[in-house]
Design a binder for this molecule. Structure first.
Ligand code: ATP
Ligand code: MG
Length: 212
């Protein structure tokens, strides 16, 4: 990959602090005069946002596990070719809220689809693009749930949207992320996300600053 920019992805379970830290990172990079392209998955293109709407629609014909995986992959393929590769080529940093590792963790470890098949499909969808650094925000599920509850209450809603079922699913997802991080220690940085916002940020910036 001849890309000159840096490609940074944030991974981890829901409520781990990804959006919070991505906001800080993008602010810091911009203050250093670096062009930043911030994206979220699925989304980031018109087609991808449409996929996001379809995936979030609980009333329609809900996708099967395989169809769900392919929708995520289609959104990713569109994002990579239309937005990420051009941005990296012109020297921008790309910061993505989730990327291919989420497919392996959620659809592979979580839903039980064939991990090796998903890895091949990921490579196909990404046209060879791999993150330079993946920050895995590791947070125990119970802490994440209480943070999300606080977030929902602060936003004026109740805690009802938060899944209370599916603990085993979330445990498998977390195990998937841990295994991937252990298998690729050069790319992954496991960040202890249980500390305060500032402490988590310091750990992230310590890993990324040398790349600036
Ligand atoms: N280090 C922290 N300590 C305590 N609370 C935090 C910390 N980081 C984030 N929060 C709060 O926890 C909640 C979840 O954080 P955030 O939305 O950043 O997580 P996320 O990983 O983006 O979640 P999702 O997967 O749902 O998008 C927010 O209300 C946020 O303000
Ligand atoms: Mg978020």
């Amino acid at each position: 990959m001849a890309a000159r920019g840096r490609f940074i992805t944030f991974e981890g379970g829901e409520g781990a602090g990804k959006s919070t830290q991505i906001g800080r990172l993008c602010e810091r990079l911009e203050s250093l005069g670096i062009e930043v392209v911030q994206v979220r998955e699925p989304g980031g293109t018109a087609l991808g946002e449409e996929m996001r709407r379809i995936l979030a629609d609980t009333k329609g014909d809900s996708p099967t596990d395989r169809a769900e995986a392919l929708l995520f992959l289609a959104a990713r393929a569109q994002l990579v070719e239309k937005k990420l590769l051009p941005a990296l080529e012109r020297g921008a940093w790309v910061v993505s809220d989730r990327f291919s590792d989420s497919t392996i963790a959620y659809q592979g470890y979580g839903r039980g689809l064939d991990v090796e098949a998903l890895e091949r499909m990921n490579a196909f969808a990404c046209a060879g693009l791999r993150p330079d650094v993946t920050l895995f925000l590791d947070l125990p599920r119970d802490v994440a749930v209480s943070r999300m509850r606080a977030r929902e209450i602060a936003a004026g809603g109740g805690p009802d949207r938060i899944e209370s079922a599916g603990d085993e699913f979330h445990a498998r997802v977390a195990e998937g992320f841990r295994r991937m991080a252990a298998a690729e220690p050069g790319r992954f940085a496991t960040i202890d996300a249980s500390g305060g916002e500032e402490a988590v940020w310091e750990a992230i910036w310590k890993r990324l600053k040398p790349l600036t």
